[in-house]
Design a protein around this ligand. Structure first.
Ligand code: SAH
Ligand code: SF4
Ligand code: F3S
Length: 476
């Protein structure tokens, strides 16, 4: 095993004032055809940041002439793009690595790669070195652009290697993308996170908050429009702090959103917004442009001021609700969704009821809900907990029931209305039924044909259910 660099969580925590470096992607022209006649497979866990990274890795792998397979038995290269946000996410990956061990015995030439956020953790590396010695390459989130060099080294030298850099991070431009969809695209506008919510590992696995220059973003979006893309989703762990790291400091997320809206792309979405930086000018831009979608994902995490403070979220329940009301005032049609953690150390029944109260008052139309999972290296992992596993599970259950009512209410308000739907493809369950999303991000099932795939069509909503809407195509 060639161990070039191991992760270091203490180093990963550091933040300096050094400006971010922008690097041009090296095309690896000297390495060619590594995958001629070979097949590959990528498994992606975690958030959209990982999905976007997977599209880059796929492009790099396909440039080497590997072709895609969905069968692990057939694959010559298996890459697992991992997520470290909760223990359950990590257990899934270790389970998968365990299963792949026997495959490696049958096919010793198969190359197994671990990438993504778990690689950035010291504990993962130790576990791979002791229990999962069949892994061939471990790389972190900062060294994705180097992947082809690693692959070339491992294939020619027949060695295994680990290179995980713990640093604040730079930005690489002109990376290739093999996008999953022909009409929807992720567009990274920034990387990393400087919030350091006390429960969260992301600032350690993804480096400092760093914004891409607007010229690169605009050029990427213009190229997508030329290729016929209808929808972009702007990505960042906290998109509202876009541009705050620029030295000149006079161009923020609302400016970027406004410039992007004027490119004329049909739909713009963005995720994730941190409540503390959500400015009134941003609300105005969302309200002003028809192509900025009226769906805002605004993670609240908790409704208790005590818990919010311990989480280092930098707002109170009242401030959050005030923001939500300002949004509804200027964007009456808005759908707001959120993320909530239950069972944070010391969360009392009273704290939890504050969360339930906030969920009702904010009129959420959806929420991702989680039981708190301690992450080694984060401050909260050191807090003593007073919440039993059973209590946390029980709170999750009660919360989900309330959240589901919100999903249904949010869908009900579209019954009998005509809505615009971007048709994505055939529904998995029914013949002739196609599905897509409305501007408010509601899933719609509708009878139509292959011809509508990739187009925005008008649909009359006939029935609202908890998780989806049924409708009929409005013929013009
Ligand atoms: N940057 C985004 C997303 C971060 S991860 C944001 O700030 O919203 C997505 C969600 O996972 C978080 O919003 C949070 O609700 C949840 N999460 C993060 N760390 C967690 C932990 N240790 N245990 C349980 N849930 C966690
Ligand atoms: Fe994690 Fe908080 Fe950053 Fe989101 S804002 S990625 S929850 S530290
Ligand atoms: Fe997971 Fe990393 Fe995203 S920890 S949630 S894949 S940033």
């Amino acid at each position: 095993m060639d161990i070039r660099k191991k992760p270091d969580l203490t180093l990963a925590r550091k933040r300096s004032k050094t400006p971010t470096m922008t690097i041009e992607y090296d095309q690896n022209n000297e390495i060619q055809n590594l995958g001629l006649g070979k097949k590959y497979l990528i498994q992606t866990h975690g958030c959209q940041a990982n999905e976007a990274d997977t599209e880059i890795l796929r492009a790099m792998i396909e440039e080497q002439k590997f072709t895609l397979t969905d069968k692990v038995e057939e694959a010559d290269l298996i890459l697992i793009n991992t997520c470290a946000v909760r223990e359950t996410a990590e257990n899934k990956v270790f389970g998968e690595l365990g299963r792949l061990k026997s495959l490696k015995k049958v096919n010793p030439d198969m190359i197994l790669v671990v990438a993504g956020c778990m690689s950035q953790e010291e504990a993962t590396i130790e576990r791979i070195l002791t229990k999962y010695k069949h892994v061939d390459i471990v790389l972190g989130t900062h060294n994705i652009p180097e992947f082809i060099h690693y692959l070339h080294y491992v294939m020619t030298e027949r060695k295994q290697m680990i290179e995980v850099i713990s640093q604040e991070g730079s930005i690489t431009e002109h990376l290739p993308h093999a996008r999953d969809s022909r009409f929807k695209a992720w567009v990274n506008i920034m990387y990393g996170c400087d919030e350091f919510c006390t429960y969260c590992i992301v600032p350690y696995t993804r480096g400092k908050e760093r914004s891409r220059r607007k010229e690169y973003i605009l050029n990427e979006v213009k190229a997508l429009i030329e290729k016929g893309y209808q929808e972009i989703t702007l990505l960042g762990q906290n998109v509202n702090s876009y541009g705050l790291d620029f030295e000149e400091g006079n161009y923020d997320f609302s400016d970027l959103l406004s410039d992007l809206a004027q490119t004329g792309i049909s739909r713009i979405r963005f995720t994730t917004s941190h409540p503390k930086d959500f400015s009134d000018s941003l609300i105005d831009v969302i309200a002003k442009y028809e192509n900025v979608m009226p769906h805002i994902h605004l993670p609240v995490q908790s409704g208790s001021d005590t818990v919010l403070k311990k989480m280092n979220r930098k707002y109170t329940k009242e401030q959050y609700l005030d923001l939500v009301h300002r949004i509804y005032e200027k964007i009456p049609n808005a759908s707001i969704t959120t993320d909530i953690i239950v069972g944070f150390p010391t969360e009392t029944e009273h704290d939890f009821l504050e969360t339930m109260d906030l969920v009702t008052k904010a009129r959420f139309e959806g929420a991702y809900t989680f039981v708190y999972s301690p992450r080694k290296g984060t401050p909260a992992a050191m807090y003593e907990t007073t919440v039993s596993k059973q209590e946390a599970k029980d709170r999750l259950h009660r919360l989900n029931e309330l959240v589901n009512e919100g999903y249904l209410k949010g869908n009900m308000r579209f019954e009998g209305q005509n809505v615009k739907v971007l048709i994505e493809g055939k529904s998995k369950t029914k013949e002739d039924v196609y599905s897509g999303y409305t501007e408010n991000n509601k899933l719609v099932n509708v009878k139509c044909s292959d011809q509508e795939i990739g187009n925005i069509v008008l649909v009359h909503i006939t029935k609202a259910k908890t998780w989806s809407l049924d409708g009929e195509l409005v013929r013009s």
